[in-house]
Design a protein around this ligand. Sequence first.
Ligand code: UDP
Length: 466
Amino acid sequence: MPEKDKKVTPPAPSEPIRGVKASVEPDSMIERRNTEPATPPVRERRKYKVSETPPPPAPPPKLNDYASIIGQPEIDEIRYIARLLRGKTVKMVNSTAVGGGVAEILNRLIPLMQELEVQTKWEVITGGNDFFEVTKGFHNALHGGDYHPTKEIFDIFLMYNEQNRQRMEFVEDIFVIHDPQPAALIRSKERNRGKWIWRCHIDLSNPHREVWNFLKPFIEQYDATIFSSPAFTRQLSVPQYLFYPSIDPLSEKNKDLDESYVQKVCDDFGIDRSRPVITQISRFDRLKDPVGVIQAYKLAKKYVDCQLVLAGGGASDDPEGAVVLAEVMNEAGDDPDVIILNLPPWSALEINALQRASTIVIQKSLKEGFGLTVTEALWKRKPVIAGAVGGIPTQVIHKLTGVLVHSVEGCAYQIRYLLTHPDFAAQLGRHGHEHSKENFLLTSNVKRWLILYQQMLGLNKPVKVT
Ligand code: UDP
């Protein structure tokens, strides 16, 4: 019988070790529930120590470095498209220089644009705590949450936008304003001839009506808008474009790793690679349904052997994260095959290794933006089981690039099915990789931007042949 088909007897409840802590926080961050073990641990696990400070950022890659991934013709095409834009100037504006997906994308995108001689400047708006409280409220409200906006709230938003607008110069050919926080900078449009693009990274499918009604008149002054999924858009009087979020295949999170490093991370975390490993990498957030993942694992485990790795972060500074982590610990009980990791934000290499070591990657979200963890897993040729929510179905085409699920039972069924049908699982992984390569890589994103710039500046009109 293949190893993966063997049924392993669950350990006795008294066995104490479950979960390995990988955290710079005190030991109490991940408590082992039985601190007084009645019997020795099932197997010795070393406590993994992730570096206590972020490592210095690696220098950004050059465009040619991507040739080994997407091929030289694709690189040549990007350079060809960029040639008409040489010397054009672009200003990108968002609300944070670090943390969050937008900053991550801009950090990788802008050096490539500079290399292509499309002079791209990145500016970050500033504001007091009151401003960021308001914009956080807007963010949640635009995602459909409860919110009670007042005139004062709208005034704070406008006041800080106006302050930033007065401080900034708008002399470029193109302005790309990211997300709602700086949306009112569009008030500078009258004074110059540049083109204005609003890049929305959030799901506007069910926005809070008052907040959206407040923002919409600003948005409709832009020359174009960009959304991350067809499902995220609103009816607008201005053109809308679809840009998928992207991952950088050369970043620490996604680059190829030596097998010895992957093995080392698994050894340190106590993961046994001779048995199937199913993994969910996510913040400890109820909308990511980590408890549902454990329940699905438990159901599947009645039929197939596997270990479950739940790796996340943010529990130390997010009160809700700590509560969810406690719920996760409780649901895991004393099962030594459930390995719960609380990682600091600079664990990209470790996350990369965990994804690569996984037999299956799960993202059983109940609500999701785009779900970059899914993209990362597809890129690594992993069979993915994911909730059919948000941007996930754009990435996981059911039974082609992964499988979509709607319940704990569905997830358990798919775990069992994929672990017992490794050829099908491998095929999903191959297709998933191709899908991510075609649509969700930084280089595709660069190309989309260049084509849009050309279009906005009227540079890609058909040539009249005489
Ligand atoms: N991530 C991470 N550490 C964690 C959990 C997640 O670095 O402990 C990364 C994950 O690899 C992905 C991103 O954070 O790149 C999460 O993006 P996603 O769109 O999946 O979800 P979000 O957290 O934005 O809702």
